[in-house]
Design a protein around this ligand. Structure first.
Ligand SMILES: [Zn+2]
Length: 237
């Protein structure tokens, strides 16, 4: 598995350009020796931007996950294996996704605290985020209440910190959320990245985040719909 260097950059805002070597080229795009691009996953869209070689510059479409991270490019004829290229991640796109993703942590944490709800799915889209929540009693869900609580938490100016903790420390921490998926991570990975939003949330996560909740705009709920027994799908902007 190729190392995901975006994990080493926090806050995940305004990512700098980086130079690297093209290791392989397929019909779908480029495989780079190393990459700081966030590949699509965990409900967060992949980075996009541009890649420049000595022959010119090509648009880079959404970066995708896999054994090796794939960088789809619009004009593949500009590139040759083994040559050095410069990759520029689209900062507006990344910043927006880092903000939306951080807001999702706050929303999920407060839904858990207020209603005992568990986040069972989430997806950040072009202009909105949707979260699927499972509730012990979904009639208790109050959209106005959670919006006010989320926005108050965002305004509170909580720092977002990154930790590298062992599985044991993560699983035994009393405030840790969202650990069920850890079964799916190979046992060879002994330390995991933990995201802490001071006083609000603590959970393992490989996404990109802002440095302080004040950097996230306030949210408002667009739609709430039933997704079957005990579940609601909430869409907010
Ligand atoms: Zn996260």
């Amino acid at each position: 598995m190729q190392e995901k260097l975006h994990l080493t950059q926090h806050p995940g805002l305004n990512p700098p350009s980086f130079n690297t070597i093209i290791q392989n080229i397929s019909d779908e795009g480029l495989f780079l020796k190393e990459t700081y691009c966030y590949p699509r996953g965990g409900g967060q869209p992949g980075d996009r931007g541009s890649i420049t070689s000595k022959s010119g510059v090509s648009k880079m479409n959404e970066v995708l996950s896999g054994e090796y991270i794939l960088h789809p490019v619009e004009n593949i004829s500009l590139f040759n294996e083994g040559e050095e290229v410069t990759c520029q991640i689209d900062s507006n796109w990344r910043n927006r996704n880092s903000k939306m993703h951080t807001a999702q942590h706050v929303f999920s944490a407060l839904a858990n605290e207020l209603y005992g709800a568990e986040t069972v799915g989430n997806q950040i889209s072009e202009s909105y985020t949707r979260i699927d929540l499972w509730f012990p009693d979904r009639d208790k869900f109050n959209p106005q209440e959670i919006v006010e609580e989320v926005n108050a938490s965002l305004r509170s100016g909580s720092d977002v910190l990154i930790h590298e903790w062992s599985r044991e420390k993560i699983l035994s921490h009393e405030n840790m959320r969202h650990t069920k998926f850890m079964d799916r991570i190979p046992p060879s990975i002994t330390n995991l990245r933990v995201v802490e939003i001071k006083g609000i949330d603590l959970c393992p996560c490989a996404g990109t985040h802002v440095g302080n909740t004040k950097q996230v705009d306030e949210i408002s709920i667009e739609n709430v719909k039933s997704k079957g027994s005990g579940k609601l799908r909430i869409t907010y902007i």
